[in-house]
Design a protein around this ligand. Sequence first.
Ligand SMILES: Cc1cc2nc3c(=O)[nH]c(=O)nc-3n(C[C@H](O)[C@H](O)[C@H](O)COP(=O)(O)OP(=O)(O)OC[C@H]3O[C@@H](n4cnc5c(N)ncnc54)[C@H](O)[C@@H]3O)c2cc1C
Length: 452
Amino acid sequence: MTTTTQTVPERAALATARITELLGPDVVTTDPELLLKTSADWSRMSPILQEKVPAGRYMPDAVVRPRTADDVARVLQVAYEHDVPVTPRGSGTGNYGQATPFDGGLVLDLRGLDTITVNPSGTVSAGAGAKITAIDAAARAAGRDIWIYPSTKGSTIGGFVGGGSAGTGTIEHGSTSDGYVVAVTVAPMDGSGTTFTVRGADAMPYVHVYGVTGVVVEVEVATEPAREWVAVYAAFDDWASMVQVHRSLLDLPVLPRLASADPPALVPSLPAAVELDPTRHSLRVIAEASTVAEVEARVLAAGGTVVATFADYAETDRLSSMSYNHPVYFLQKAHPERTWFHMETGGKAHWDDPDAVRAVYDGEVHLHLELMGHAPLAMVVADYVSEEQVLDGIPRLEALGLGVHSPHQWYVDRHVELARATARSTDPKGLLNPGKLVDSPPEDTRVNIGVR
Ligand SMILES: Cc1cc2nc3c(=O)[nH]c(=O)nc-3n(C[C@H](O)[C@H](O)[C@H](O)COP(=O)(O)OP(=O)(O)OC[C@H]3O[C@@H](n4cnc5c(N)ncnc54)[C@H](O)[C@@H]3O)c2cc1C
């Protein structure tokens, strides 16, 4: 029996004993190594979060590995009865400490829910733990392309919907909040031991809210007829020529799936399929086959060089794995002796006045660009001095007309009020991923950078 005076570990022990009775001994583990691993995510990319939420500071009491949606519903029912916090987790690649179990309790490892079905309508339904690589492969085999996937393509669909935003496909299809999620099946933390399915706009309270409104057990995502995609590498002597081509790609008859651009400083650490000249700017495009000749012509007209093209889907995956946050990660990996941080910013100043953007921070500052619907998204990468230095730069970036999202905090920052209102009924005790839905909601900073 649970009483209010018991500690979280005591209540968690009672809950895990009950879960073991219901679902068998293999479902629960307290292996110290796994507890340590699941105490953190990829927030180590931020020197600020590395200090505030390092692995081992907020430890779960147990990791529970359900195999089915029913298992998840039963685990949540037991956790509810015993007042035990539960933090859902996919592959743990989130950048912001979103999967850190601040109040301990149970980490719910959802990777066992890995079913994938391509529906007659063309959408794909997948268990929350299915890897996006496997979902994409199933869709392609059925002649379909999933709309969007992150550069961490090996992550889970539940984690991408729960904590991700954008990626390959975003130029045309926007973010995970723009119709990508056709439906979600959710296990609420309300003691009911059930699941429910919501579709379309009703799915929004479960998208990018870090699981605080319910554990997603199945996702149905949008697809389109598969296209022939080609990986194009181009190089330029200067930023302006590269930008001339980058921004022009928005008027191609078929929009590219991805267009990533980097200055020379970021080039040597990229794991490209060809040797890239470390003195030149790199533009990498996943272009639809019928547009490749036009992309190449624009590169040449701007004074650039077409370094290589690959009409091979696996090579487009490689380009994707060098997009979004990945160039920052590769730079950090190549220079462990230095400390870099990044800010996520959106707006045309990256194209039009890069020197002004770079001048916001002292020392070496680099801009990695991703093409989005109307303006580029950038990772502004700079030498880390202090948290104060990082935060002081935000108003200065905003003064340049840029939207800014800080990847150095862990709170829910998308449709916060909707999440709060939903959680009142789906998680009345506030047991799901505690600490992420903060009391004074900040403004919706992801909208500022063009990612809804
Ligand atoms: C180098 C690097 C590059 C990245 N590139 C991208 C990118 O291109 N685009 C992008 O959007 N993100 C990117 N990310 C962030 C992250 O990798 C992705 O969002 C990824 O899809 C998250 O999936 P995951 O399985 O690792 O989720 P996790 O990290 O395990 O979880 C993410 C969040 O969702 C919650 N959650 C997990 N599963 C569920 C569920 N079933 N129900 C409810 N909530 C759940 C977790 O509690 C957590 O809050 C990048 C991260 C890194 C480190």
